[in-house]
Ligand binder design. Structure first.
Ligand code: PMP
Length: 396
């Protein structure tokens, strides 16, 4: 097939190969990046569907505006404002088919072949692939327990003059890290000082276990003059309500949203109006705070159980920062006691012992750290978490 040259920039991920093995009976999987389907508020969504069909069938079943279905844009603006993102009006956001589409639209509207884009090391694998598809040259900024290292980020901005910087500041996939308040402010100052665009991808910010995380970059932008116009914020209902709805959104400047809307028009015309009307009704019914409280409590307990089990069963052979939210434990094999320190090798052995996780190396756009692994606690019950970690210790 005479494929486009741009396909040479990407390859099928190593992780996909691993997922083929997950069908083995009895496997306990810490590999997925999914929320737990047992947590879906099915009753609430059913009521929202009924309300959408009763009150607004014409809108819910008809073609719609590419920018998004207005009742949903209004609800999302209110949802964002209630979370402290002051000054987000319905016109300041477009609805996207999952936040994944927002990332694709950013690639389409901003990246010319050879443009540099700074991403965190590690970062979301699909973002790496998506930006590369448009020919981006990715530059990796290192991450520690406090998120991206802003002093290194500044050096990289000066050295590479990137088109934009892509960050997942809150409970990132895969790092689980939470960018400190100080560093958040620094990121916004860097955006202004170096006149560079920052993309804040935030599908996990609502999934905190104890205290709320620091305000989003978007919320903080009101405190740093000139930063709001250099910021794009991507949100999603996937991790808090349902990924199957495919409802995400993007907040940005009017010129960026106009170009993104144009590209979206050529791509899918609009996000499913049925899904948008359902999401709008769900938010309008005021069920989200209750859903979030429930989801946070369940994930918090699972995260704590996994952390305790890892510390107990693997001891010095593993290092990690206990996650304060999100879906993942991001860990490093230390090699202590002569134990294996290669995440890829351990993943293979682990499958034989009946437990799966994802090795960390593919989440790096460059300079992969092969000692890393990503363990999701989101979809596994407490007993199975204990059992799975026990199997992991045996594999190690
Ligand atoms: N960004 C990040 C960091 C993610 O982890 C994901 C989903 N795994 C997405 C974006 C895309 O999510 P969705 O398209 O379902 O909103």
């Amino acid at each position: 097939m005479p494929f486009a040259d741009r396909l040479n920039n990407v390859e099928t991920s190593a992780i996909r190969e691993l997922f083929k093995l997950l069908g083995k009976p009895g496997i306990i999987s810490f590999a997925g990046g999914f929320p737990d389907s047992a947590m879906f508020d099915v009753d609430g969504i059913r009521e929202a569907v009924n309300a959408a069909l009763t009150e607004e069938a014409g809108g819910a079943l008809q073609y719609g505006a590419t920018e998004g279905y207005n009742p949903l844009r209004e609800q999302l603006a209110a949802f964002m404002t209630a979370k402290g993102n002051q000054g987000v009006a319905p016109d300041n956001l477009i609805v996207t088919t999952g936040s994944q589409q927002a990332l694709d639209l950013l690639g389409k509207t901003l990246v010319s072949p050879g443009d540099k884009v700074i991403v965190e090391g590690p970062t979301f694998l699909a973002t790496i692939q998506c930006f590369r598809l448009y020919g981006a040259q990715l530059v990796t900024a290192p991450v520690d327990g406090q998120g991206v290292q802003t002093d290194r980020l500044e050096q990289l901005i000066v050295e590479h003059k990137p088109k934009f910087i892509y960050l997942i500041p809150t409970f990132g996939n895969p790092s689980g890290a939470m960018l400190s308040l100080e560093r958040r402010k620094k990121v916004l100052e860097l955006a202004v000082q170096h006149n560079v665009l920052v993309v804040e991808d935030d599908p996990y910010g609502d999934l905190y276990f104890g205290d709320a995380p620091p305000p989003s970059l978007l919320a903080l932008s009101s405190q740093v003059p000139g930063s709001r116009e250099r910021l794009v914020h991507c949100g999603s209902l996937s991790k808090v309500l349902s990924p199957g709805l495919r409802v995400g959104w993007m907040v940005g400047t009017a010129d960026l949203l106009a170009k993104a809307t144009m590209c979206k028009q050529f791509s899918d015309a609009h996000t499913s109006t049925f899904a948008q009307a359902t999401a709008a009704q769900y938010l309008k019914a005021g069920r989200m705070p209750g859903t979030l409280a429930k989801v946070r409590a369940v994930y918090a307990e699972r995260a704590a159980t996994m952390g305790d089990a890892l510390r107990r069963e693997l001891g010095e052979a593993i290092e990690f920062v206990q996650p304060q939210g999100g879906l993942f434990v991001w860990a490093r094999l230390t090699g202590a006691g002569g134990k294996l320190a290669d995440g890829g090798e351990l993943a293979k052995r682990a499958i034989d012992k009946g437990v799966a996780f994802v090795p960390g190396a593919p989440f790096y756009a460059s300079q992969p750290d092969h000692t890393t692994l990503r363990l999701s606690f989101a979809t596994v019950g407490l007993d199975k978490i204990e059992e799975g970690v026990g199997r992991l210790a045996t594999a190690l």
